[in-house]
Design a protein around this ligand. Structure first.
Ligand code: ADP
Ligand code: MG
Length: 483
C-alpha cells in the first residue's frame, strides 16, 4: 500500500486534481481574437475580451467541438444541455468583473482515466466533469518598480477545466494522471499540453486521513506548472498536514501556493465558497444544446487513443504491457515504432527505440520529432542484423555512427567494411592458426574447462575486428576443439 508513516501510525493521502487545459483553437471562446502564444502584450484583444460596454459574447463552435472531443476521449458522458454562468469576482486582469464559466450544467459529465503505473499496474481515476470557461488576463508585476501592467492577450481564451474525483492516493499517481490526460488530449489535438507555456495548469487538492476514515479537510495548491513540482507540492503538503494533526491541530480549508525554490507550500487565502461567486446564468448566452448527430460525428472522427493503441501493440506485436505503454505515451513515438517495426521483428524494434534511441534523445535533450535517426533508417539497421550482414555488437557502433552522420546503416556498413564475416573457410583458417599457438588453452578445454571457449572467441573477434559471425565462430570452435 501507499501509506505514509507518522508518529501516530499510518496515514492515507487523498488527492483530487483540477486541470485547466487551454483548448487548441484559432479564436477565443466568445470572440474572434487570436490565441497564439508569445504575442506582444495586448495585441490579441477584441472589444469583447476588454469588456467594453455593450459588447456581446458569441460562442466559437471550435471550442465546443474540442470539449466534446476531449469528453469522448475520456469515455465521458456528453451533456446535450449545458449552461454558461457568470462567476463574479474582482481582479485587475478580469475586466468583465466576472468569468463566464459553467457551474451546475457542464458540457461533459462523468468519465474516467486509466493510469499506467511504472510497476505495470493500472488504476482507474474518475473524472467528475469538464466545463468550459474563459481564461483571465495576466498581471505583469516585473515590468516596473512601482506599477503593475495588465496583458489581456489571454483574456477570453478557451479553457477546459477537468475535475477529477478524489481517487488518487500518491503523488506518483497524480503525476501519472496528468501525464495520461495530457497524452490523450495531444492525441485528440484538443490541447497542446505545454506546461511551460501555461497551456496546462494544475490545482492539487490534498487531504489526509487514517485508512478507513471519512475524507479529511483539504487544501488546494493552485497553479502548479510542472509534473515534478506537482509531486513535490503534494508530498510536502501531505507531510505538513500530518504534522499539524499529530501535534493536535486542525487543517483549515484554504488555497495555497507552491514555492518551487524552497519546495514548500504557503497559504494564499482561506477557501472561498461557491456562493461567494454568486453564479447565475449569463443573460447574454442561451443554454447550449447539442444534437446526438453532432456528437456522433465527432465520435467518428476520433483517432485511435493510447489505451486502444497499447492493447493493439500487445496483441499484434507481442510486446509487454510495459513496452507498449512506453511506446504509446506519445503519438509520434507510436508512429515511429510502427514504421520501424513494419515487416520486422517488433520486439527488436521496441528494444532499439526504448533503450538506444531514447538514450540519445535524453542525452541530447531532443524530442522524438527531432530524432537524429529516422524510423526508416532504424528499420534498415534492424534488417542488416536480421539477415546476418552485421552482428548485434557491430550494430551498436553503426547506430552511433548513424546518430553522428544521419546516414543510412547500409551505407555506413559498406563504407567502413563492417560486413560480418560468415565465410566458414576464412573463419576456419583463423581458428586453426589460433589453436596451433595455444596448446595450454586447448588442453584446458579438453580437460573440461568449458569457459575457456570465451577466450578463443575473443581471439577470433580480435583478428576480425569483431566482424566474424559469432554463431559460426562458436560452432566451428566447438567442432575443432573437440577434435
Ligand atoms: P472547488 O471547485 O471548490 O475547488 P470541488 O468540489 O469542485 O471544489 O472539488 C475540487 C477538487 O477537490 C476535486 O478534484 C475533488 O476531487 C477534490 N476533493 C474534494 N474533496 C477532497 C478531499 N477531502 N481531499 C482531497 N481532494 C478532494
Ligand atoms: Mg477548485
Amino acid at each position: 500500500m501507499s501509506l505514509i508513516e507518522g508518529r501516530t501510525g499510518e496515514w492515507e493521502v487523498v488527492i483530487g486534481l483540477e486541470v485547466h487545459a487551454q483548448v487548441i483553437a484559432e479564436a477565443k471562446l466568445f470572440s474572434g481574437a487570436a490565441t497564439a502564444f508569445g504575442a506582444e502584450p495586448n495585441t490579441q484583444v477584441s472589444l469583447v475580451d476588454a469588456a467594453m460596454p455593450g459588447m456581446l459574447p458569441v460562442i466559437n463552435e471550435k471550442s465546443i467541438e474540442q470539449a466534446v472531443r476531449t469528453g469522448l476521449g475520456i469515455k465521458a458522458q456528453i451533456n446535450r444541455y449545458s449552461v454558461f454562468d457568470r462567476k463574479n469576482y474582482f481582479y485587475p486582469d478580469l475586466p468583465q468583473g466576472y468569468q463566464i464559466s459553467q457551474f451546475s450544467d457542464p458540457i461533459v459529465g462523468k468519465g474516467e482515466i486509466i493510469l499506467d503505473m511504472p510497476d505495470g499496474e493500472s488504476r482507474t481515476v474518475g473524472i467528475t466533469r469538464i466545463h468550459l470557461e474563459q481564461d483571465a488576463g495576466k498581471s505583469l508585476h516585473d515590468q516596473d518598480p512601482h506599477s503593475t501592467y495588465v496583458d489581456l492577450n489571454r483574456s477570453g481564451v478557451t479553457l477546459m477545466e477537468i475535475v477529477s474525483e478524489p481517487d488518487m492516493r500518491t503523488s506518483a499517481e497524480a503525476a501519472a494522471y496528468v501525464t495520461k490526460l495530457r497524452a490523450i488530449m495531444r492525441y485528440l489535438g484538443t490541447c497542446d499540453g505545454n506546461m511551460e507555456q501555461g497551456s496546462l495548469r494544475c490545482d492539487a487538492n490534498v487531504s489526509i486521513r487514517k485508512p478507513g476514515e471519512a475524507l479529511g479537510k483539504r487544501c488546494e495548491i493552485k497553479n502548479v506548472n510542472s509534473i515534478r513540482f506537482l509531486q513535490q507540492a503534494i508530498d510536502y503538503e501531505a507531510r505538513r498536514q500530518i504534522e499539524i494533526i499529530e501535534d493536535g491541530g486542525a487543517i483549515n480549508q484554504e488555497t495555497r501556493l507552491f514555492d518551487a525554490n524552497k519546495g514548500v507550500t504557503r497559504s494564499m487565502r482561506s477557501k472561498e465558497d461557491a456562493h461567494d461567486y454568486r453564479y447565475f446564468p449569463d443573460p447574454d448566452l442561451l443554454p447550449l444544446t447539442l444534437t446526438e448527430d453532432y456528437i456522433a460525428r465527432i465520435k467518428e472522427s476520433l483517432p485511435e487513443l493510447p489505451d486502444e493503441k497499447k492493447d493493439r501493440f500487445v496483441a499484434d506485436y507481442g510486446l509487454s504491457q510495459y513496452d507498449a505503454g512506453v511506446l504509446v505515451s506519445e503519438r509520434a513515438i507510436a508512429d515511429y515504432f510502427e514504421t520501424a517495426a513494419k515487416g520486422r521483428d517488433a520486439k527488436t524494434a521496441a528494444n532499439w527505440i526504448t533503450s538506444d534511441l531514447f538514450g540519445v534523445l535524453n542525452r541530447q535533450g531532443l524530442d522524438i520529432s527531432e530524432a537524429p535517426v529516422t524510423a526508416e533508417h532504424l528499420g534498415g539497421l534492424i534488417d542488416l542484423i536480421g539477415d546476418g550482414t552485421i552482428s548485434g555488437r557491430i550494430a551498436k557502433d553503426v547506430f552511433d555512427d548513424m546518430v553522428e552522420s544521419g546516414k543510412d546503416a547500409a551505407d555506413i556498413v559498406a563504407e567502413k567494411g563492417l560486413r560480418q564475416v560468415s565465410d566458414t573457410g576464412e573463419i576456419e583458417a583463423i581458428i586453426d592458426g589460433i589453436i596451433a599457438g595455444a596448446d595450454n588453452q586447448v588442453m584446458q578445454f579438453r580437460s573440461g574447462n568449458e569457459k575457456i571457449i570465451g577466450w578463443f572467441v575473443g581471439q577470433v573477434m580480435q583478428q576480425t575486428q569483431g566482424k566474424a559471425n559469432p554463431k559460426i565462430v562458436n560452432e566451428l570452435l566447438r567442432k575443432k576443439l573437440a577434435g
